[in-house]
Design a binder for this molecule. Structure first.
Ligand code: NAD
Ligand code: WQD
Length: 338
């Protein structure tokens, strides 16, 4: 199948590409490299031993998108492109609405113009907001608590309206929980710009000696050890979920939101321990105050993914830590250099 992948050079996109290529799909990556490196794509080609097309462009650039669709004629789109930092979205909400919401609208318009009727969209568990009950199922009310989360919520609603207006259209909104881990080759992985915002990249930069210690954001939550609990999902499992979703969309019309998690959770202390075990390194930490906007626990209900997509997560927290360490220790400065 011909699949156009927006944001394919990024963390989750690059891991998904490997599996798309292994399945023999024909791919065009459309990325502006605002948060990624073309080097990730070179490495994907080597790992998968396969080639694909690349177009450097912004999803807000309707002309460029139109050209890419005209020449590649995709049958489906995987839409990863967007901005994703919660804290930054509080400071630059308009930038987040422009890139994530306006950019997605441009993409949908061009899709329709070229009669491309299938999309898999990268949504987030952050659309749910504070838990009314756990685990979050797909019917949980959606009350995102920051501009980033609201962009995901609005794009979901826009895509839902778009599919309702075009009987042949099919959309899968994948609500990722906490993606971590890396390809087992150790050649691609998460490479955040500047200070990492998320727990696992932070821990791995401490373990490799780039950062001095981890600051734990609160140890007074109502969880088994007082630290925040999350449903971490291996990026390789997440990539497989995209393949299952694109297959599902071939046979269906309409719009489905589907959680992508494991159904189980790990606390910050448990993640530190697992990472120390996987890396053989000590991860020094300090306990600080809670981070604004954080919830105590986040866990996915995963039966819908299993029922509709026949997909379930296979990899463990130990696998997530082992592959993260393999990537970080082989590439201490990610795709760049010190
Ligand atoms: P990432 O930043 O590594 O990848 C995003 C890619 O999109 C990058 O290559 C970036 O250069 C590109 N991009 C950004 N804006 C663009 C634009 N306007 N035009 C073209 N390309 C653009 O992020 P990721 O972790 O791989 O996340 C992928 C998607 O999944 C995002 O939409 C993100 O919001 C969503 N998501 C991520 C997580 C997570 O924890 N990583 C969780 C839930 C949802
Ligand atoms: C996990 C746990 C922190 C960093 C975020 C986004 C969400 C989604 C995934 C995109 C929490 C604790 C963290 C640190 C810490 N992204 N922590 N010290 O907050 O669950 O979700 O990423 O859609 O939208 O909000 O993930 O990795 O930041 O935090 O103690 O330096 O680790 O308090 O309990 P989060 P996270």
């Amino acid at each position: 199948m011909r699949i156009l992948v927006t944001g394919g050079a990024g963390y989750i996109g690059s891991h998904t590409l490997i599996q798309l290529l292994r399945e023999g799909h024909n791919v065009l990556v459309y990325d502006n490299y605002s948060n990624s490196s073309p080097e990730a794509l070179n490495r994907v080609k080597q790992i998968a031993n396969a080639d694909f097309n690349v177009c450097e462009g912004d999803i807000q650039d309707a002309g460029k998108l139109n050209e890419a669709f005209g020449s590649f004629r995709p049958e489906a789109v995987m839409h990863f492109a967007g901005l994703k930092a919660v804290g930054e979205s509080n400071e630059k909400p308009l930038e987040y609405y422009a890139q994530n919401v306006s950019g997605s609208i441009e993409l949908l318009k061009v899709m329709q113009r070229h009669e491309c009727r299938r999309i898999v969209f990268s949504s987030s568990a952050t659309v749910y907001g504070n838990a009314k009950y756990l685990p979050y199922d797909e019917h949980h009310p959606m009350q995102p608590t920051n501009p980033y989360g609201r962009t995901k919520y609005f794009v979901e609603e826009i895509i839902r309206d778009w599919t309702a207006s075009w009987g042949e259209a099919s959309a899968i909104l994948l609500r990722y929980f906490n993606p971590v881990g890396a390809d087992p080759s150790g050649r691609i992985g998460e490479d955040p710009n500047g200070m990492p915002n998320n727990l696992v990249p932070y821990i791995s930069q401490v373990a490799v000696g780039r950062l001095k210690h981890l600051k734990i954001f609160g140890a007074d939550y109502e969880t088994r050890d007082g630290t925040g609990e999350r449903d971490y999902i291996h990026v390789e499992d997440l990539a497989r979920a995209h393949l299952a979703a694109i297959e599902f969309s071939e046979a269906t019309t309409g719009c489905e939101a589907i959680n992508v998690g494991t159904g189980g959770g790990a606390t910050v202390f448990e993640m530190i321990k697992a990472f120390e075990h996987a890396s053989g390194q000590v991860v020094p930490y300090e306990i600080g105050p809670r981070r604004d906007g954080d919830v105590a626990r986040s866990l996915a209900a995963v039966d819908k993914a299993e029922r509709l997509l026949g997909w379930r997560a296979k990899l463990s927290v130990a696998d997530m830590c082992k592959t993260t360490w393999n990537w970080q220790s082989n590439n201490p400065y990610g795709y760049g250099s010190k």
